[in-house]
Design a protein around this ligand. Structure first.
Ligand code: F6P
Length: 328
């Protein structure tokens, strides 16, 4: 993190990796804060893929009007294979120089922030904004999109519980989260699940069957089992096992999938995204680069990207224990 104030005239912004509800309000905040600082702003289409190909468009205040309430990203997103190569990064830097871009704001998840750090190490002035429904990014309590995704999951679990109760069934519900069980654990607490399976904790099918059977014997009318996408036990194997073990409830499976990535951002995500967008541009104007904006407590902080990419955020075990304790 350098501290000297630089003369920045032109700034670019891109969204990269899996989209997250709230990326649009973040773009809006970046563009309008930059304009408030008399900077020229460019949007890069399709993340690093567009950067490599020089897909820059000048953005004015009106161009980001009416996007606050929209899920997805108006700038489009991509997972760029080409950018992971040395040549891809050279091409990206060439395009930044060709278009006279002094600073770049990258909105995305851990892979995108790793890309941002790689650019910074090659001299590009980059600021990151964390956006990923998985909440697996080190250095911020919340990433943009997490709250909206959780609300979507909560809504689905509430609906599934209705039908589960009517038929006295066990519902196995898969949430996203390849490496991190954050969404599953939180969904377990707010959705009143009997059991939560996450990548961070090894569980046996026997143990799960026992807890579901116990719930049945205690007179529960349904069982909710939340399975994170990355849990070692796979949802279909578990359903088969439970049906064969005859735990009382018959099972049904719902994979929530990409529904979790869409939808209108919640009030929390709009505010978080707006604050982060503002802070990112202020960081750039103040000469702070190779950093990510993070939420610590209620404050916006700047975390070195080196730290962000060298650590991994995983599900909080206190919450995991809480979810288990409350499942009685
Ligand atoms: O955004 C992160 C994430 O939602 C992961 O939980 C999931 O495994 C992945 O994206 C799937 O994304 P895609 O289908 O875009 O590759």
């Amino acid at each position: 993190m350098s501290n000297h104030v630089l003369d920045i005239e032109r700034i670019a912004v891109l969204t990269s990796g899996g989209d997250a509800p709230g990326m649009n309000p973040a773009i809006r905040a970046v563009v309008r804060t930059a304009l408030a600082h008399d900077l020229e702003v460019y949007g890069v289409e399709s993340g690093y893929e567009g950067l490599i190909h020089g897909a820059f468009t000048r953005l004015e205040a009106r161009d980001v009007g009416g996007i606050m309430q929209r899920g997805g990203t108006m700038l489009l997103s991509a997972r760029s294979k080409a950018f992971r190569t040395e040549q891809g990064q050279r091409d990206a830097i060439h395009q930044l120089n060709k278009h006279g871009i002094d600073a770049l704001v990258v909105i995305g998840g851990d892979g995108s922030l790793r890309g941002a750090h790689a650019l910074a190490q090659q001299g590009v002035k980059v600021v990151g904004i964390p956006a990923s429904i998985d909440n697996d990014i080190w250095g911020t309590n919340m990433a943009i999109g997490v709250d909206t995704a959780l609300n979507t999951i909560m809504d689905a679990v509430d609906k599934l519980r209705d039908t589960a109760s009517s038929h006295q069934r066990a519902f196995l519900i898969e949430t996203m989260g390849r490496e991190c069980g954050y969404l599953a654990v939180m969904a377990g607490i707010i959705g009143g699940a009997e059991t939560v399976l996450i990548p961070e904790v090894e569980t046996s099918m026997e143990e799960i069957a026992q807890s579901v059977e116990d719930a049945y014997r205690r007179g529960k009318t349904h069982a909710i089992i939340i399975v994170a996408e990355g849990a070692k036990i796979k949802i279909h194997d578990l359903a088969r096992y439970l049906d064969e073990a005859d735990v009382g409830f018959r099972t049904r499976i719902t994979i929530l999938g990409h529904i979790q990535r869409g939808g209108r951002p919640t009030a929390f995500d709009r505010l978080l995204a707006s604050r982060m967008g503002v802070r990112a541009v202020e960081a750039a104007v103040g000469g702070h680069f190779d950093v990510m904006v993070g939420l610590r407590g209620r404050e916006m902080t700047l975390v070195p990207l080196e730290e962000v990419v060298s650590r991994q955020r995983r599900a909080n075990m206190e919450y995991y224990t809480m979810a288990r304790m409350l499942a009685r």
